[in-house]
Write a protein that binds this ligand. Structure first.
Ligand SMILES: Cc1ncc(C[n+]2csc(CCOP(=O)(O)OP(=O)(O)O)c2C)c(N)n1
Ligand SMILES: [Mg+2]
Length: 356
């Protein structure tokens, strides 16, 4: 599968970079609008959590990574998979539970995976991906690599025990991991102030002697800057970072609850809608003369067509056969060349972890 992600790291001018970031966020938005539609007509089953409103955080953060870095997220993973370059066709097919999905149609909305893109999920357990990210970062260091692991989770996850265990290990062993808290103010219907003893959650990094920063999660360029600095620190000095991106989701927690009217007011939502991350970047580009209205319209038409193509592709893809139910439960070490030595009982020949 060809990688669709353009190089948004270095060597490209601001205009090209901004166009690429806008295209990615618009694709994420239109894709998830189609997800909502597909869910309503029963094409997507199970849980489905949309990222609408939070696009700048995932897009800005992932845009600074190299292809050999790792990304690991939560159940709110569709848009991050798009930012990482996984084809909309493969994502939509996964959401439809079809064989051409990136997880073979057996993961669904919350479990998007792509080994090719070093995208390690999609995890349904709140906080469950944080120790995994820490383990990935340990493996990178143990093997002497210079990749980093970028780990996304919500602000409610910082009250889970594994968050603290993981940050302690990462701080102690100096692991190349960047923990990005997507603070959208709510864990399902519970406001941060009702669940957390401190509201300034980036402060938790102090307990683990870890650099921290707070960033406007609606500003894709600010996120790029903050994550870029953390990635550089992790890559060159093997230092972990905790970043709190202050953002907001414009939809309900999942497809099963309303956007407003229960635990948050319509007035609050309307206020937040004024800081739509896509509109913010678009108007910044328009002010600088980097994009015209006609170009925005054309871009929108292009991504809408891509989403329609993804839907049609997913709809035509078959369901996995019944026999596939028992596949992918355990690792098949015999058919994977990388794992064959393990299967044969050969101990791994990797360098021990360097002293911090
Ligand atoms: C260990 C665990 N407890 C409870 C749940 C149920 N649950 C699913 S999402 C969620 C809220 C998480 O909120 P947050 O971490 O802020 O992420 P957001 O949904 O806002 O992106 C909860 C409690 C779960 N999936 N896993
Ligand atoms: Mg939250």
């Amino acid at each position: 599968m060809a990688k669709r992600r353009a190089d948004t790291r270095n060597g490209v001018g601001d205009r090209a970079l901004h166009h690429e970031l806008l295209r990615t966020m618009l694709l994420q938005r239109r894709f998830e609008e189609r997800c909502a539609e597909a869910y309503a007509v029963g094409k997507i089953g199970g849980f489905c959590h949309l990222y609408i409103g939070q696009e700048a955080t995932g897009t800005g953060a992932i845009s600074v990574l190299r292809d050999d870095d790792y990304v690991i997220g939560t159940y709110r993973d569709h848009a991050q998979a798009i930012a990482r370059g996984i084809a909309p066709r493969a994502i939509m097919a996964e959401l439809f539970g079809r064989i051409d999905g990136c997880s073979g149609g057996k993961g669904g909305s919350m479990h998007l995976f792509s080994r090719e893109h070093n995208f390690l999920g999609g995890h349904g357990i709140v906080g469950g991906n944080i120790p995994l990210a820490t383990g990935v970062a340990f493996a990178i260091k143990y093997r002497g690599g210079d990749q980093v692991c970028l780990c996304f989770f919500g602000e409610a996850a910082v009250n889970i025990g594994s968050f603290h265990e993981s940050l302690n290990m990462a701080g102690l062993w100096k692991l190349p991991v960047i923990y990005v808290i997507e603070n959208n103010r709510y864990g399902m219907g519970t406001a941060l102030e009702r669940a957390s003893a401190i509201n300034d959650i980036a402060e938790r990094a102090r307990a683990y002697d870890m650099p921290r920063s707070v960033v406007d999660g609606q500003d894709v360029l600010a996120v790029r800057q903050a994550v870029g600095e953390a990635v550089q620190r992790a890559r060159t000095e093997c230092v972990p970072t905790l970043i709190e991106a202050r953002t907001y989701r414009f939809m309900g927690h999942s497809m099963s609850d309303a956007a407003a009217g229960t635990y948050r007011s319509k007035a609050e939502l309307d206020e937040q809608l004024k800081r739509d991350p896509i509109a913010l970047l678009r108007s910044r580009m328009q002010d600088k003369g980097e994009i015209t209205d006609a170009e925005v319209t054309a871009l929108d038409a292009e991504v809408r067509a891509q989403c329609e193509d993804a839907w049609q592709f997913a709809d035509q893809s078959p369901e996995p056969p019944l026999e596939a139910l028992y596949e992918d439960v355990l690792v098949d070490t015999t058919s994977d060349p990388e794992l064959a030595p393990v299967a044969a009982g050969v101990p791994p020949t990797v360098a021990p972890i360097a002293a911090a």
